[in-house]
Design a protein. Structure first.
Length: 461
């Protein structure tokens, strides 16, 4: 009785595969295992074999490793083997496409509940075949597909399959190139699904912070409860976008916190897509009073998204900007949008290097803002020649009651400009001037110039 055929490494090609297929179709001998690895078999040869195996009821193992099967041949195998319930092991590794790699997985999905693909480059075409298997499979519970070369399109195939699959409860897609668009595909599929069966969804790349990686174990629930903007921005890094989704989720479901800190690791940025998600979450927030932002973590487009949502916010009172450089481009968008907010009372710019153009925009915004009563500028690298812009702001403004101006470089010339502006200012009550390279004589002249101003208290350590 012939139970096994092994003709590996014989270069039989498509013609040999055709002859073997004919043998299988006309054969009365029970054959259980066939191994034809490394035989230069291409798509046509695979098609002959697939047709022959369609109704075969004896072959349980087929080895097609390291041939030349591409996407067309792989899809043919999947189509023809739909009704085959006997074949349980198919090795298709080392072929020309990710689809071919995935066919063997597809066959195993009929039998097993856990599929592990770590490092197998199935790519998008292979993900399509795996997705097809998820649609048809009612037993698979765990799919580990880390580092499999899956991109945005492959993620879309899997996301669409999740709309129909009700058994998978664990999916690992870490260290793939799914991008922001891929995450949005998963969000769309999971948020629209009434019955949530996926419990653990792992996303992101290797540097994803440990704290966020722990939180991301619940990414399935997070995406299920997320909302996509009507016109989603797709620009940004995958990991920081996931960080932003975690922040956005916390904002949506935290109804008590009054302060939000938007922080990231050095040299990382939420990017436009992440900022848009955070901004979208803030749209209906009614508890936030203090917002801490590192503007560089959002970028110009991100600032635009955020401030568009906050311009009509009725609870925000303090906006604190810290760290890195306060670029004019960011400042333009920021000050333009805070002008319309009618509840903001405190603006703080700390440890941000403010260049001349940025200071001009900032002073202009505060000059005419109807509700900002406190302005803090600490460690901004503002030199004496730029203090004139603050002085002009104080001449025009009739609302500001507190100015904290510390750790800058205004010197004696700068403080003279301030004195000139404050002589007739009866609104400002408190001026804090610590660590500004002001000489004792310069400060004395400043105090003498303000003798007529009886409403101002000057704090000078």
């Amino acid at each position: 009785t012939l139970k096994k055929i092994n003709i590996d490494q014989n270069g039989i090609g498509d013609n040999g595969a055709k002859f073997l297929a004919q043998l299988l179709q006309n054969n009365t001998v029970i054959i259980e295992k066939i191994s034809i690895a490394e035989n230069h078999i291409q798509d046509d040869g695979v098609q002959y074999l697939a047709v022959a195996l369609r109704n075969n009821r004896t072959i349980t193992t087929l080895n097609l490793a390291r041939n030349r099967i591409s996407t067309r041949g792989a899809e043919c195998l999947v189509d023809e083997l739909q009704s085959n319930t006997v074949l349980t092991e198919l090795n298709s590794q080392g072929n020309k496409s990710g689809s071919a790699e995935a066919v063997g997985v597809y066959i195993r999905m009929k039998k097993f509940t856990i599929i592990v693909l770590w490092g197998i480059q199935i790519c998008d075409d292979g993900a399509k075949i795996i997705a097809d298997g998820l649609r048809r499979n009612i037993t698979i519970k765990k799919l580990e597909a880390s580092s499999c070369g899956i991109g945005t399109q492959g993620t879309k195939y899997l996301a669409d399959a999740l709309r129909e699959n009700n058994t998978l409860d664990f999916l690992d897609l870490t260290n793939n190139s799914i991008g922001v668009a891929g995450v949005n595909c998963l969000t769309s599929a999971l948020s629209e699904k009434r019955t949530q069966t996926l419990i653990v969804l792992l996303l992101g790349e290797s540097w994803f912070s440990q704290e966020s990686r722990v939180k991301s174990d619940n990414m399935a629930s997070l995406l299920h409860n997320s909302k996509l903007p009507s016109d989603p921005d797709l620009t940004g890094n995958l990991n920081t976008y996931l960080e932003a989704l975690i922040v956005a989720h916390a904002i949506r479901f935290d109804t008590t916190s009054t302060e939000l800190k938007l922080k990231l690791a050095p040299n990382k940025c939420f990017g436009p897509a992440g900022a848009q998600q955070i901004a979208n979450a803030l749209h209906n927030n009614t508890t936030l009073k203090i917002l801490n932002i590192d503007a560089d973590k959002l970028g110009r487009v991100g600032i635009k998204y955020l401030m568009n949502e906050l311009k009509n916010n009725t609870t925000l009172e303090l906006l604190r900007l810290g760290d890195k450089s306060f670029k004019p481009s960011l400042c333009v968008d920021l000050v333009y949008r805070i002008q319309t907010n009618q509840t903001l009372t405190t603006l703080e710019v700390i440890n941000q290097t403010i260049v001349e153009d940025g200071l001009i925009y900032l002073c202009h915004a505060v000059s005419y803002h109807p509700t900002i009563t406190s302005l803090t500028l600490i460690n901004n690298g503002i030199k004496s020649e730029l203090t004139i812009y603050l002085a002009n702001m104080l001449r025009r403004n009739s609302v500001l009651t507190k100015l904290c101006y510390q750790k800058n470089i205004i010197g004696d010339d700068g403080i003279e400009d301030l004195a000139s502006a404050l002589v007739n200012n009866l609104t400002l009550k408190t001026l804090i001037l610590g660590t500004n390279k002001i000489s004792n004589n310069g400060f004395k002249d400043f105090i003498d110039a303000l003798k007529s101003n009886t409403t101002l208290t000057v704090v000078y350590p």
